[in-house]
Design a protein around this ligand. Structure first.
Ligand SMILES: Nc1ncnc2c1ncn2[C@@H]1O[C@H](COP(=O)(O)OP(=O)(O)OP(=O)(O)O)[C@@H](O)[C@H]1O
Length: 232
């Protein structure tokens, strides 16, 4: 196991954004946190990364590295007057990253040709790819990505999935949040389904389909939705 959540919960005022959850994540797996708007995906990610303090419980990283995870937030406001290369060099200094790695990451996210352009003129998708690039700079065991495919066009969604595949081949652990079920189907080893701050399922797609007697994630979501509505 590389990451452990024990009795993690988050309450804002009187409402649970995340009801208490225990979770074990194994090394080398890609976990997709799936759920609709307000399900608790970002809350869980923020607790994992330490951005938010949990109301109860403890997160334990079992990585032996100094930097135990890299993080891609759902959006980043990069200083508009800087260029991708300047921004990645800045991050690279803290991470002790070599120039070659910065160049490689810029290639991987398709920003090599734009490396000297000011990011103030970037589209949402280009900024999101730079956001992914800053996350990929770190050589670490766990990559935590919050809605990484947001704003990406279909070509870059496919490229993103290839980047994830490469990380998996290197034995990295990846935690991705997404409300796009196709993302989960294509990249997840295990899917965690959140609904109204509650973990409704955690397992492989086959396990989840069996548990809910469904044949697709869409059906699983509809079935959870119906049950929750019926329960009031
Ligand atoms: N800082 C906050 N203060 C109060 N409530 C919050 C705060 N952050 C999140 N919430 C609430 O917690 C719940 C879960 O929100 P969260 O952002 O984790 O959902 P999400 O699954 O990431 O949704 P989305 O796909 O819409 O981004 C929501 O009801 C949200 O309104």
């Amino acid at each position: 196991m590389i990451l452990e959540l024990n009795n993690i919960s988050k309450k804002y005022k009187n409402k649970f954004a995340l009801s208490p959850v225990d979770l074990v994540i194994n090394e080398g797996e890609c976990i997709v946190l799936c759920g609709g708007n307000g399900a608790g995906k970002s809350t869980m990610i923020k607790i994992l990364t330490g951005i938010e303090k949990s109301t109860t419980g403890k997160v334990t990283f079992h990585s032996k590295r100094k930097k135990s995870f890299a993080y891609m937030p759902d959006s980043m406001n990069f200083p508009p007057e800087f260029t991708p290369i300047e921004i990645l060099q800045y991050y690279g200094k803290f991470l002790d990253v070599k120039k070659e790695k910065i160049n490689q990451v810029l290639e991987d996210v398709g920003l090599w040709d734009k490396r000297n352009q000011r990011v103030g003129g970037f589209s949402k998708g280009m900024s999101q790819r730079l956001n992914l690039a800053q996350c990929l700079l770190a050589d670490t065991d766990i990559y935590i990505l919050d809605e990484p495919t947001n704003g990406l066009d279909p070509y870059w969604v496919i490229q993103f999935k290839q980047v994830i595949q490469q990380l998996k081949e290197q034995g990295k652990t990846i935690i991705v949040s997404s409300h796009i079920m196709r993302d989960a189907i294509e990249i997840a080893d295990q899917v965690l389904i959140l609904f109204n701050g509650k973990v409704k399922s955690f397992g492989t797609l086959d396990q989840i389909y069996e548990e809910h007697a469904c044949e697709s994630l869409e059906e699983v979501f509809l079935s959870i939705h119906k049950k929750e509505q019926a329960a009031g």
